[in-house]
Write a protein that binds this ligand. Structure first.
Ligand SMILES: NC(=O)c1ccc[n+]([C@@H]2O[C@H](COP(=O)([O-])OP(=O)(O)OC[C@H]3O[C@@H](n4cnc5c(N)ncnc54)[C@H](O)[C@@H]3O)[C@@H](O)[C@H]2O)c1
Length: 360
């Protein structure tokens, strides 16, 4: 049985509605995008792996090929790309087309929202993380030197075209990175939704049609929140579940851990801190552990220096002047909520314990 292709749907945003399309015919998506004389920005690995499928893109002299590294997502490096676009005479009537994962998305979205006071952009996400999560929601996040995601805008693409064919070449660690974000949105949806997903974890890894079903489900859950709170002023904050701690891990390990795997570890830390503080029953921490443990397997031995991790946590964008703001499971139903905590000795001990538990 071939993979079922989910139905297309639309997302409401401050720039109007945009379409999420599922289409495995990459060549025809590219052919259609040619109509408004686009400038392509493409991931170097994708350019190499899909040279034949994307030959029209690679033959275009204006195409910009970028290695997907966090350094290349810094404002300093992005300026080089902007210069190239100026040299290539980017006009407002043209569009940018991003082909790649979250890094290429962030770079393209940031450029599209700032150059010429805004040019349209469209997106072909090529990683599971980008297909199941980051492609919708309008955000661009770019780095200032080594300070991660400190600059950004809200600028949705005009259209997203998801092709599961791109997943064929994605390394296992990047599949699990994407699954990390899928787990996160299901935890936000409900404990029941999380448990249902957990029970199908092996199938997510082995069965492409199950994975596609969960890409669709994850996007539909996220849609509800971003349409209510596109600018992340309230309820959308809970999508940072696993992220404050995850970012701390990414920065303390110099990005040795892929984003969604760091988020998986971050969820485990959040659950542990919540349980240690007595704000969620112990049974929820236990219930959620096994799928989280499976998903970050292989990364448990990465050294996470405590002082660096704590220092990164204190720089999180969500913090207030007096408190750390973290997203934790709360109460009998493990509802994912925003919680302010004092950065005191008790919290630091809990964080240290939670980090140590990652290796158990
Ligand atoms: N803007 C947002 O809403 C948002 C949300 C989540 C994450 N992000 C950002 O996204 C980034 C992580 O994104 P990501 O996980 O997609 O990673 P990525 O873009 O770094 O890609 C991961 C790796 O996969 C390679 N790759 C991409 N597509 C491939 C394919 N089809 N086959 C084989 N290899 C392929 C890339 O070259 C790279 O080596 C982080 O910088 C994170 O901060 C942004």
């Amino acid at each position: 049985v071939g993979s079922r292709v989910p139905n297309d749907f639309r997302i409401k945003s401050h720039k109007g509605e945009y379409a999420v399309r599922f289409n495995d015919d990459i060549e025809s998506v590219i052919a259609l995008s040619q109509e408004n004389d686009p400038h392509f920005i493409i991931d170097a690995n994708v350019a190499r792996l899909y040279a034949e499928t994307l030959r029209v893109v690679l033959a275009n002299p204006r195409t910009i090929v970028i290695e997907a590294t966090e350094e290349n997502k810094s404002i300093e490096r992005i300026i080089e790309g902007m210069r190239t676009l100026v040299d290539n005479k980017l006009r407002r009537t043209q569009s940018l087309v991003a082909i790649g994962g979250g890094i290429i998305q962030d770079i393209t979205c940031f450029i599209a929202s700032t150059m010429l006071r805004g040019v349209p952009w469209t997106f072909l996400p090529t990683t599971l993380l980008a297909q199941a999560d980051s492609c919708i929601g309008s955000k661009s996040s770019v780095n200032l030197g080594s300070v991660k995601n400190i600059l950004g805008t809200f600028t949705p693409p005009r259209e997203i075209n998801i092709s599961s064919r791109f997943l064929d070449t994605l390394p296992d660690k990047d599949i699990r990175s994407g699954i990390g974000e899928i787990i996160k949105v299901h935890a936000i949806d409900s404990a029941a939704s999380f448990d249902e997903l957990s029970s199908r974890y092996p199938a997510l890894l082995d069965d492409r049609s199950v994975l596609i079903e969960y890409i669709d489900r994850a996007l539909k859950i996220k849609k509800r929140y971003i349409e209510t709170d596109e600018f992340d002023q309230g309820i959308r904050n809970i999508f940072n579940y696993g992220h404050s701690f995850g970012h701390a891990i990414e920065s303390a390990t110099d990005f040795a851990v892929p984003h969604g795997i760091a988020v998986t570890m971050g969820m485990k830390i959040a659950n542990s801190v919540a349980a240690q503080r007595g704000i969620v029953p112990e049974r929820h921490r236990k219930r959620m552990s096994s799928v989280l443990d499976m998903n970050y397997r292989g990364f448990e031995s990465v050294k996470i220096p405590f002082d660096e991790a704590l220092s990164a946590l204190t720089k999180d964008k969500k913090n207030t002047a007096s408190q750390l703001v973290v997203i934790l499971p709360v109460g009998d139903d493990a509802v994912i909520q925003k919680v302010g905590v004092d950065n005191d000795a008790a919290f630091q001990a809990q964080f240290r314990t939670a980090l140590a538990e990652l290796r158990q």
